[in-house]
Design a protein around this ligand. Structure first.
Ligand SMILES: C[S@@+](CC[C@H](N)C(=O)[O-])C[C@H]1O[C@@H](n2cnc3c(N)ncnc32)[C@H](O)[C@@H]1O
Length: 209
């Protein structure tokens, strides 16, 4: 098991508490706003973790297909949201999603892109599973130089330059591409005394035509 996989298998039970220290519910609200998410639709939550985005979608009356590569994270979600309800759980990779073409109205990925091996491939996959007229929304970190996030949280990418993300969305065939500030930082303290990180968060979206 790679460092990143092992990390998420281990942190799954305390993921909610960690998240509360990193950023607030505003992040998912901005994502839902960017998608224009409405009741009765179906959304994919990619790299769903312990269900931060899924929980917000359920509150809004959507059905959710939650995908994560970590069985421990999916188990955590099952414990919270139960089985046989509005959430379907799928073990899978962001870069080869276990969903059919055009099968969801929205695809969300919050704080996942900086963990995947190939961000453009993950974006292409998310674009593939969205129905025509549907939207893909990514919330993630702007470029930063807090190296301890890589060491202590197994981040693969040190955030992103927004023009790169915009280009990947356009290359995935999406239109109406836009990137804005969420308006808050992701904050983390190093456990080995390497300082405090405060990294701005962007919300990127595009429509499948
Ligand atoms: C930082 S957590 C974010 C969880 C959740 N989206 C949230 O907002 O709280 C990243 C999640 O992405 C998952 N993940 C990382 N790389 C992945 C990949 N290549 N495919 C699928 N899931 C992945 C991890 O297992 C973890 O649950």
């Amino acid at each position: 098991m790679t460092g990143s996989r092992k990390y998420f298998e281990t942190v799954a039970p305390k993921c909610d508490a960690l998240r509360r220290g990193f950023f607030s519910e505003t992040v998912r609200e901005k994502a839902f706003e960017a998608a224009g998410a409405v009741t009765g639709k179906i959304a994919a939550d990619i790299g769903a973790g312990s269900g931060f985005v899924t929980e917000g979608l359920l509150r809004r009356g959507l059905r959710v297909i939650a995908v994560d590569r970590s069985e421990a994270m999916l188990e955590e979600m099952r414990r919270k949201f139960g089985a046989g309800g509005a959430v379907e759980y799928r073990l899978g990779e962001a870069e080869s999603l276990p969903l059919a073409d055009g099968s969801v109205d929205y695809a969300f990925a919050n704080m996942v892109l900086h963990h995947v091996e190939s961000p453009p491939v993950a974006i292409r996959e998310m674009a593939r599973i969205v129905k025509p007229g549907g939207r893909l929304v990514i919330t993630d970190l702007d470029r930063h130089d807090f190296d301890f996030l890589r060491m202590e949280h197994c981040d693969r990418w040190m955030g992103f330059d927004r023009p790169d993300v915009a280009r990947w969305l356009a290359e995935a065939g999406l239109t109406e591409v836009s990137i804005d500030c969420v308006g808050e930082n992701c904050c983390a303290s190093s456990q080995s005394g390497c300082g405090e990180a405060a990294v701005s968060i962007f919300v990127a979206s595009g429509m499948k035509s």
